[in-house]
Structures are given as structure tokens and as C-alpha cells.
Design a binder for this molecule. Sequence first.
Ligand SMILES: NC(=O)c1ccc[n+]([C@@H]2O[C@H](COP(=O)([O-])OP(=O)(O)OC[C@H]3O[C@@H](n4cnc5c(N)ncnc54)[C@H](O)[C@@H]3O)[C@@H](O)[C@H]2O)c1
Length: 315
Amino acid sequence: MKVFLTGCAGFIGYHTTLRLLERGDQVIGIDNVSPYYDPKLKERRLELLNDKRGFTFVRGDILDRPLVAETMKGVDRVCHLAALAGVRYSFEHPEEYISINIEGFFNILDEARKQEIAGMIYASSSSVYGGNTKLPSSEEDRVDDQLSLYGMNKKDNELMAHTYHHLYGFPVTGLRFFTVYGPWGRPDMALFLFTDALLNDRPLQIFGEGKMQRDFTYIDDIVSGIVASIDKNYPEEIFNLGCGRQEELMDYVKVIEESCGREAKKEFLPMQPGDVRASLADISKAKKMLGFEPKTTIREGVPKFVEWYREYYGV
Ligand SMILES: NC(=O)c1ccc[n+]([C@@H]2O[C@H](COP(=O)([O-])OP(=O)(O)OC[C@H]3O[C@@H](n4cnc5c(N)ncnc54)[C@H](O)[C@@H]3O)[C@@H](O)[C@H]2O)c1
């Protein structure tokens, strides 16, 4: 299969590209290596991908419609992962979110539909559940109370995809990822921030006074869900991709401390705007329709991240 994958230099895009290449697919990856976080990390991921057979990299912006049109030609699937992915950054840079996460999404969706690509799989987020406190979150639950512009963007993407399916019969699958972590993870996410602080003798800034719960999903499990969605290519679906277990934030911190072999100084801070206190995915639909079986617990996954971090940064 030939897959057009956006955001290939990103955390999830890098791992997904690797998996597709390993099984013999071709990937045309596009990424503008945006400076939202350390571009060196993205360049390093790209170097590793460039060594693999079947990979073509296009350095460019999903907002560049002629470039998108040209590079998408003749592919079998579109896998759209490029976005501004942080909740907090959206408070200071709302216009960038509207442009990349909404206009950018439109460019990819509309072009894929025009070129009659066989199907598009795209990244949504657990953030669409926002203020809906019912747990576990199921795909059938109401998602009309987003707490951040980022969450609203993802909900907007789902609506746009739904409308395109309704109007043109274009096959679309939206994946609501729940807090993804693992090697090569994002520097703005808790696991990276905590490990970085701990190994560099700074206190951990723990929001929500530490009283938060999360469904943490290991990257390899997420990639299995993405690849299964690409293969199934359902006419129109939304899936939760989570681990299906709820962990206390402070247990997560404990596992990080154990993996680093030292105890952290901790600074407890209030909840941040846009954050939710708890997340937990009902993954029964993905299990049934995608054969999705997340295997990795935080006790197995966190040490793998710490090992990668130590090696990458030479700590
Ligand atoms: N990591 C998570 O826990 C998580 C959770 C829910 C949803 N998601 C979604 O999954 C997707 C991937 O997330 P990630 O964690 O890998 O983030 P990431 O920031 O590591 O990857 C996104 C990539 O998109 C690229 N990009 C951004 N704007 C672009 C543009 N205009 N043109 C071309 N490329 C552009 C970036 O350079 C980056 O490499 C995103 O859509 C994100 O919203 C992630």
C-alpha cells in the first residue's frame, strides 16, 4: 500500500511510518518540522526514517494546497496526523490552531476527496470529551462541551469528516487518542517534562495537586490501532484508542521515579485551564472492530521511555 502520512516527523507519525515501512508499505510523509518543540528531535526522527526503504519525505506545509495536491497523487490511503497537538499552547496561539488544525485539516480532507483516495484515517483526541465527566468515555457519549480550542478543533475535524462522508461517501475514520507516551515522545508532555526535571535535579511541577487520573496509552499500542484502521478502512467510524486502564497521576510519577532510580522534589500546583481531572477510554468498539488489544502497562512502558531519554540525551 502507498500511504500519504502527514506529521511524519512527529512522535506518533514517526512510529506509524516505521511500522508501515517495516511491513513493506510505501510512505510519502509530509512535515514542516514546525518549531512548536525542539526541531532537532524531529530532524533526528527523520534521519532514521530516511534510511528506510519505501520512505519519501516532503518538507512542507499542509496549508500549501498545491504541494498537498501534488504529493498525494496516486496514494491508496491518507493518514492525517499533523497538527498543533498541545492543549496549553492553544491558549496563547489561537490563530495558529485555527489555521493548522482546521484549515490544514480541510486541505487534506478536501484534496483526498477530490482525488478519490480510497480512504482517510485522522487523529482526533480524548479532548473532545472535555467537560463530559461520564467515565469510561464511549464513542456514543455526548461531545459538545470542549474545554480548549484544541478540543474544539478536533471536534470540528470529526464534524467535517462526517459531512464529507455524508455528501460524497468519502471513507473517513477518526481516532480519539488517549495520552500517548513512549520513546521519542513529545517534550511538552508530562512523561518527558517529569523525566527531564528529575534527571536534571529540578522539582516536578505537578498540576491538579496530583489528584488526576489518566488513561495512558503506549505508543506501540496506538500504532497497532492506527495501522488496523488503515487496513479496515471502514466507510465512517470514530474509535477510542486508549489503554482502557485508569492510572493515578501520582502512581505514574512513582513509576518514573523508580525508572530513574531517584526520588523527585515535587511542586504541587492547581489544575490548569483546559485540563480535565480524569480520562478513561471505553475501548470495546476498537477491540471488536479493529482487533485492538493494548498490551503495555505504565510499569512496562515508562522504563522504555526513560531508557530512550537517557541514551538520547546522554544522561
Ligand atoms: N500524543 C498524544 O498524546 C495525542 C493525544 C491525542 C491526539 N493526538 C493527536 O495525534 C496527532 C499526532 O500527535 P503527536 O503527539 O505525534 O504530535 P507531534 O507534535 O509530535 O507531531 C505533529 C507533527 O505535525 C507537524 N506539523 C505541524 N503543523 C504542520 C503543518 N502546518 N504542516 C506540516 N506538518 C505540520 C509537526 O512538525 C509535527 O512533526 C496530532 O493530530 C495530535 O493532535 C496526540
